[in-house]
Ligand binder design. Sequence first.
Ligand SMILES: *Cc1c(COP(=O)(O)O)cnc(C)c1O
Length: 230
Amino acid sequence: MIADNIKLVREKIESKCAEIGRNSKEIKLIAVSKNFGPDDITAAFDSGITDFGENKAQELNSKFEVLGNKMTWHFIGHLQKNKVKFAIRSAEYIHSVDSLSLADEINKKAEQINKVQKILLQVKTSDEETKSGVENEDEIFSLVDSSNRLKNIELIGLMTIAPFTDNEEEIRKSFRYLRKLRDDLNTKGFKNINELSMGMTSDFEIAIEEGATMLRIGSAIFGQRDYSKN
Ligand SMILES: *Cc1c(COP(=O)(O)O)cnc(C)c1O
């Protein structure tokens, strides 16, 4: 079933790219495996998925211990400072940096293990109270500027979660805002901030239209999550 799901998701990505003239090779598909165990992850890996996303440091770690680094791990959830040292052991990318104090802590812990940690800044692009991320434009520019000075961090892009709505225009507005921020940063001389991590099961086709380079897709690949298991 996971293999069929992946095939279907890939087909949708391909056909959306063909429709709007994008090269699908510039889009990384991250399978969000939170709440699913090593067997399901292995099934996805065997179907050609190389990148997996997790939103809890402990869960990521325990899967990393079983599966290792044959796949690339992405940390996509809210990261508490006391969990940073676990996340950077296994995650090649941390998508959810939303403060300078967190960036500082990642830099410090990465330095201790001789790692340059790739990060994205999470931006709040809608007024939904539940969404985290940096929201004020000045704050974003200053966070980018400060992060760039940290030697054990490499800031490669921006991430957002669109509002939970079926209003397509609102979702699109949120993605468009992220892209504009990225372009503004490039114009201001921050040339290495290129990745746009946006688009989930319900909105990834809109995200592709708006320039996403990393899609975080969970339930379309693994099925509905059963939260009662935790
Ligand atoms: C769970 C999660 C996803 C994937 O959600 P689906 O709707 O299952 O595709 C993507 N991004 C983040 C940050 C998540 O927590």
